[in-house]
Write a protein that binds this ligand. Structure first.
Ligand SMILES: Nc1ncnc2c1ncn2[C@@H]1O[C@H](COP(=O)(O)OP(=O)(O)OP(=O)(O)O)[C@@H](O)[C@H]1O
Ligand SMILES: [Mg+2]
Length: 246
């Protein structure tokens, strides 16, 4: 479970600039949550805080029973290694490692019993259409392929929580669909809690619930009640009603 109470984020170097303000949110285990909002509304900042990658100025944030405010640096390191998987908006692949080495790197740092198998690796890279590139280096593949390698790395890690920042931003609709099916599968089969930032209504329609941010504040949320198509329409409608935020 993810629990956020009165979360605040501001930067010391920027006077009176609140990046996140009074954010309250509970995400149950096994939810597939989407975060939407205009560029600069604080989506990545929020996700980075949940991922233990950034500190915050006030309030509380707890993920899987771990208190992110009181956690020491060494505990945070372990938290990042084990509790959460993260898909970065700018991929963050290591340039000196091949695609395969990048993807399996987090797994090689885990205990044997938690390790993904070669079979898992093959299934995921095939599903994402990057199995043919495993011996290449990140700068020898396209942006969309790098994005999929970053997704494979996060999914293969098998953490309880997957945090994904614009994971389909560089992908065409068909490839994005495969990524989202994969997220849906680990969400349902392994009850992985997925939190995904997206600008895209099609991607958002795979979620069960969407929260909308504006200027670092929560403005609304909608929940899927019927089909994916109905949810797609509901998200579109919400975006129209929040006119001007996208
Ligand atoms: N180190 C920093 N110092 C000051 N302000 C920052 C810093 N990092 C980010 N910001 C500001 O925080 C705000 C939120 O940034 P964030 O990256 O969370 O937005 P976002 O919603 O993810 O946007 P996008 O859709 O473009 O990715 C922006 O206005 C940004 O300029
Ligand atoms: Mg962002």
């Amino acid at each position: 479970m993810i629990q956020v109470k009165k979360l605040e984020k501001s930067y010391d170097n920027v006077n009176h600039l609140h990046i996140l303000q009074n954010l309250n949110l509970t995400v149950e285990d096994g939810e597939f949550l989407g975060i939407m909002g205009a560029s600069g509304s604080g989506k990545s900042t929020f996700l980075r805080i949940l991922g233990g990658l950034e500190t915050f100025s006030g309030g509380e944030a707890e993920v899987c029973g771990e208190n992110l405010r009181t956690m020491k640096d060494a505990e945070k390191e372990l938290y990042r290694q084990k509790a959460v998987s993260y898909v970065f908006q700018d991929y963050n692949l290591l340039s000196g490692l091949t695609v395969k080495e990048n993807i399996i790197l987090p797994c090689t740092m885990m205990h044997a019993e938690e390790k993904a198998t070669e079979q898992d690796y093959t299934a995921i890279t095939r599903k994402l259409g990057i199995d043919a590139y495993e011996e290449r280096f990140p700068d020898e593949i396209s942006g969309g392929e790098q994005q999929r390698a970053a997704i494979a790395r996060a999914v293969l890690k098998h953490s309880k929580v997957l945090l994904a920042d614009e994971p389909t931003g560089s992908l065409d609709m068909h490839t994005a669909g495969n990524v989202l099916e994969l997220f849906g599968k680990i969400n349902v089969d392994y009850r992985v809690t997925v939190v995904m930032v997206t600008h895209d209504v099609f991607s958002a329609s795979f979620c069960n619930r969407i929260i909308f941010l504006k200027d670092g504040k929560f403005v609304n949320e909608i929940e899927k009640s019927g089909s994916q198509q109905d949810f797609y329409k509901a998200i579109q409608k919400e975006m129209r009603e929040m006119d001007g935020i996208f």
